[in-house]
Design a protein around this ligand. Structure first.
Ligand SMILES: C[S@@+](CC[C@H](N)C(=O)[O-])C[C@H]1O[C@@H](n2cnc3c(N)ncnc32)[C@H](O)[C@@H]1O
Length: 278
C-alpha cells in the first residue's frame, strides 16, 4: 500500500480514541503519584556514574503502573508520534521485510498501526510489563489483526520467538534509557575516562551490550535494528560502540531525525538510527 502515511497515522490514532492533549490536560487525566513515579537509579559504588540501571522487576512495576495512562503521555507529543508512525510505515514499505519485531512494544499502539497497514508482514511484539501487553492484546483482538503476535518477555530473556529470522527489529523508546539512565550521558564520558574500561566495566553498558546481542540473535543476516529515541548524541555514541561489538554495522544512510514544531517555539525531535546485522 502506497499512501500518505502521516494521514493514515493520524486517522488511526483518532479511531483509537486518541487526540493531541496539552500538559494541563495530561495532568488532569493522570494521578500525580503515577506522573511523579520515575524509575529510580540504584546506587552502586562500582559503577562509573555511581549508579546502575533499575532492576527488571522495578522497570516492570513502573510500566505496569503507567499502563492505563501511557497513551495519554504519548498524546502530549501527538505530532512526533504521527511522524514516527509515518516514518516506520515508509521504512517498511521500502524495505519490505517479511517479519518485524517490536521490542518493548508498550501498549502495541505502534505495532498495531503497522500491522494494519501491512497485512502481509508478520509482526511480533513483546514487553516486560504484563499490563502493557494486556492492552496490546486487547487492541490486536479489537482490530482483528491476524498478523500480529504478542509476548510477555524481557530484553535479556526473550523466548518463544523465532531466532535469526527477523528482517527488522524496532526498539521505539524502549532500549537503553528506561527513562532513568539517559541523563548520565549528558555529562559523559569524561575525556579522561578509558573508553574500553567504561564499556567493559559499567553495569549499564554491560546490560546494553547483552540486550544488543539478543537483538542481533533475533535478526537474520542483513536484518536491521532501528533504534528510535529522544535525540541524545552521547547515548547514541554508546549504542553505536556496543552494537559494533555484537555484530552490527551502523548504516549512516538509515539515520533520520524526526522533528516537529512544538509549543513555545520549541522543536521536538527523536532520532532513528539504523544498524545492520553483519
Ligand atoms: C517508553 S515505553 C515505549 C513503548 C512503545 N515502544 C512506544 O513507543 O509506545 C518503554 C517500554 O519498554 C518496555 N521495556 C523497558 N525495559 C524493558 C525490558 N528490559 N524488556 C522488555 N521491555 C522493556 C517498558 O515496559 C515500556 O512498555
Amino acid at each position: 500500500m502506497k499512501g500518505n502515511w502521516a494521514h493514515a497515522a493520524a486517522r488511526y490514532l483518532k479511531s483509537e480514541g486518541l487526540r493531541q492533549i496539552n500538559q494541563e490536560a495530561y495532568e488532569s487525566l493522570v494521578p500525580e503519584a503515577v506522573r511523579n513515579n520515575s524509575l529510580p537509579m540504584v546506587p552502586d559504588s562500582r559503577a562509573y556514574f555511581g549508579f546502575r540501571p533499575p532492576a527488571p522487576q522495578t522497570i516492570r512495576a513502573h510500566y505496569n503502573a503507567l499502563a492505563p495512562y501511557y497513551e495519554f503521555q504519548l498524546m502530549t507529543v501527538f505530532g512526533i508520534e504521527v511522524k514516527t508512525f509515518a516514518f516506520l510505515a515508509e521504512f517498511i514499505d521500502t524495505m519490505k521485510p517479511k517479519s518485524v519485531i517490536d521490542a518493548g512494544c508498550g501498549t502495541g499502539l505502534t505495532t498495531a498501526f503497522l500491522a494494519k497497514q501491512f497485512p502481509d508482514v508478520n509482526f511480533f511484539a513483546y514487553d516486560i510489563a504484563g499490563k502493557m501487553i494486556r492492552r496490546a492484546k486487547a487492541r490486536c483482538r479489537k482490530l482483528g489483526l491476524a498478523n500480529m503476535q504478542l509476548f510477555l518477555a524481557e530484553h535479556l530473556k526473550i523466548s518463544g520467538m523465532p531466532r535469526d529470522g527477523f528482517g527488522l527489529l524496532i526498539a521505539k523508546c524502549a532500549f537503553g534509557g528506561e527513562n532513568a539512565v539517559i541523563p548520565e550521558f549528558l555529562n559523559c564520558p569524561s575525556p579522561s575516562m578509558a573508553q574500553e574500561e567504561f564499556y567493559n566495566g559499567d553495569p549499564t553498558m554491560q546490560r546494553w551490550e547483552a540486550t544488543l546481542a539478543g537483538f542481533a540473535r533475533l535478526l537474520k543476516p542483513g536484518g536491521i535494528f532501528l533504534d528510535i529515541g529522544l535525540a541524545c548524541p552521547d547515548r547514541d555514541a554508546a549504542v553505536w560502540t556496543l552494537a559494533d561489538r555484537v555484530g552490527f554495522e551502523k548504516d549512516d544512510s538509515l539515520e533520520t531525525v524526526i522533528d516537529t514544531p512544538a509549543d513555545g517555539g520549541r522543536t521536538l525531535a527523536v532520532t532513528a538510527v539504523g544498524y545492520r546485522k553483519i
